[in-house]
Write a protein that binds this ligand. Sequence first.
Ligand SMILES: Cc1cc2nc3c(=O)[nH]c(=O)nc-3n(C[C@H](O)[C@H](O)[C@H](O)COP(=O)(O)OP(=O)(O)OC[C@H]3O[C@@H](n4cnc5c(N)ncnc54)[C@H](O)[C@@H]3O)c2cc1C
Length: 393
Amino acid sequence: MKHRIVVLGAGYAGAQAANLLARRIPPEDAEVVLVNAESGFVERMRLHQVAAGQDLEPRLLAAMFTGTGVDLRIASVTAVDADARTVALDHPDGRTEILGYDTLVYALGSAVNDNGVPGAAEHAHQIASRPGALLLRDRLRSLAEGSHLLFVGEGLTGIEGVTETAESYPHLDVALVARGEPGAWLSAGAQRHLARAFDRLGVTVLPHTAVARVEPGAVITEDGTAIAADATVWTGGFAVHPIADASALSTADNGQILVDRDMRSVSHPEVLAIGDAARAVANSGLALPMSCYTAGVTAMAAVNTLTAALTGHRALALPPIHYGNHISLGRRDAIIQALNGGVRSFGWYLGGRTAARLKEAALRSVARNVDGADLQLPVRARRVRARPARATT
Ligand SMILES: Cc1cc2nc3c(=O)[nH]c(=O)nc-3n(C[C@H](O)[C@H](O)[C@H](O)COP(=O)(O)OP(=O)(O)OC[C@H]3O[C@@H](n4cnc5c(N)ncnc54)[C@H](O)[C@@H]3O)c2cc1C
């Protein structure tokens, strides 16, 4: 019997892992099943562009995986039974399926985190998912000149979202509500660059303002002030899907799967978790942030772990270090900020058009990697040396 590897989620982490696994392990030895809810690959890092009205090249997963040997199944994962080694799937035609695995690679990513703020889920838009970005796109197109557009959250998504939208909709009155100071972790020079970008794009920043609730036409701050908003966009961070937490897998407080340095679940070693869904620890000892870099580095680590376990061959892996941020500020400006061990900003940063071009190049390169380009390096498949028996089928 072939070893069955089931990869859940075809985002940046899962798509790359499935592709590499199918290329590194011969199809006679292992089958790679990839499950994803949507039929298209979602470039989440460009969802603020989608919201701002830009068209992205459609990328069907079926086309991306043709000829790779990956068995792609479009279905929603509803549960993981880590003790029985099965996953439950809902197919678009209404069928349900219990799929067994020898190895599970869990890469279901994340969604918007409303931080439990009342009204945020009901009355605010979000750009953490494609449907959310498309809804906001339609809403923005319907707003009259001078309408108030309010972003809440000063993290990377808030900064990228508010600048992109302000650039595309200069006739709107755009503001960013920040609990602290936007970009407070950046170097002094990068912070000044960011402030100039907000100024140029007409973004009003409301710092040190905590939102207590969201209402249909306003957000209410903790001191009771109402800030008028014809549309509110909630960018308060990401939350993982509850599926892992509802299983027997050991999870962190926020529901991320606890993994060791090889990306194996600490409670169920035949489960590997990668990307936003995993609590992977960097060399600094800190948790790696939910980011595309993390998706790539954890996917590579998981692939190396599995290849080594099945074939005995261990490939070179990138060290889990958080190098820095690459923040778009609309289409013509960006900030690249290097971080020291993921903790402190170096004084050095790059801003402006060159940084924007480098960010675009990085996005394209990531998109190529998930499409099987394997960092443009040749890959050699190696035979499986031992086939552990599957617990269930
Ligand atoms: C607007 C925006 C801008 C961003 N900008 C940056 C940036 O500049 N740099 C950076 O590093 N990061 C950025 N990020 C974060 C980055 O996109 C995420 O960290 C990254 O997508 C995580 O990859 P992943 O593969 O773990 O998860 P995802 O990309 O979320 O992929 C998860 C996959 O699982 C599928 N899935 C989910 N639930 C189910 C289910 N129940 N059944 C079946 N399939 C399911 C989804 O459809 C998806 O295909 C940005 C995110 C957003 C939203």
